[in-house]
Design a protein around this ligand. Sequence first.
Ligand code: FES
Length: 461
Amino acid sequence: MTTADMQPDQLEDAPRGEQFYQGLLDDEIRPVPVSLRATSRGFTGSGGIERSRYFDPEFHRREMEGVWSRVWQMACREEQIPNVGDSIVYEIGDWSLIVVRTAPDEIRAFHNSCLHRGTQLRTKAGNVAKGLRCPYHGMTWNVDGTLREIPCEWDFPQIDPAKFCLPEAKVGSWGGFVFVNVDPEAAPLEEYIEDLPWHFADSPLDERYLTAHIVRTVPCNWKVALEAFIEAYHTMAVHPQLLPTAADSMSEYDVYGPHVSRMITAVGVSSDHLENPLDDLEIVRAMLGSKDAEVTIEPGSGARRVLGDRVRASLKRRTGRDHSHLSDAETLDGVEYFLFPNFMPWAGYLTPFAYRFRPDRHDPDSCVMDIMVLEPLPEGEPRPPAAKTRHLGPDESWSDAPELGVFGRVFNQDGSNFGRIQRGLRASVRATTTLASYQESRIRHFHATLDDYLSRSATER
Ligand code: FES
């Protein structure tokens, strides 16, 4: 299936998730951002996904060639390299880039390979303002990629020092994130990210700062991990503790252009999986984690309004900014966007995350998952320094990262299935998986775009 085959109007009536969520917005007493009204129903067919693409080394090779060598990828936050010379190393498959701030308002990405005999110039983040010096024979480049020094220069008569610069990848930025693309022919990032800036106009991510960055290697294909975060269908089985306060099965799913999709799960509403729905008081108490919490719900109000007020007050306390204009939806709901192939920034304030999923070099049974937490900037203060990146070891879980708070348990619940899914996909006797028509429409949309890239790459070969 390709994106051209999609028939978004095949569902005659709006799906129940869309109807439910848009109905909740109708009940708001504050204006809601127009982006929350931008529904784009997600009928992407009813087929499953070929299971071999989750473990076949040949499929992985095709992804490297046709996808990772062509797409824009989030490399870091701008505030992770705040000073001239600050750099990180971004790796994907065999690609390795040094992403470096070369001037106060300029970031560039150099291929991380010495022009002499190929040694990696950098293996980790750090400041390279004094130059990028190869550890093997000492050739050195300036922070802007121009050549600074060749030991025994007399022995390299063939080199024109003015032309012996480090090759660069493309760099772009949006929302405080730095993106890279190793394809010299790539269209600009602005085109690639489609309407994402418009969707985040009321929740600008460049006005946030990084309060946590947790990296963990997990035992499954990068698509297996990613797909666990673009549907809420699994909530009932994996996160039952969320059912009193999240309308999981009534989530709205929207698919937009080939690169962007969205899922919205209302919070402050109990799941219809519960035999006995909770009343407003019970929902608020469940959110507060106390059955006896003192709670007042005024006539005409409800759980979402009460909880929204709490979040608005908390934001005011934490940032000094007035957030009283925010709708309950913006304060509470899980509004998660997906940018192909592997980046998930959230709008809203209760779940201020961004995720990234990458293959673990060339192992199709392993991947690297990044979780970033992005809190709103305090008013009138300098931007706080970015949190240090924390790499969890093989014996650690997300609960070992207190920065994730109560969400550590939720991520652990997700992660507890990763190895089993990967193993089960290999063990299956069926050619394809089976997907829900609506709730898993983003998975199909994701694979349709993947297929488009792969077929384009095959045609060009
Ligand atoms: Fe880098 Fe020799 S390989 S200086």
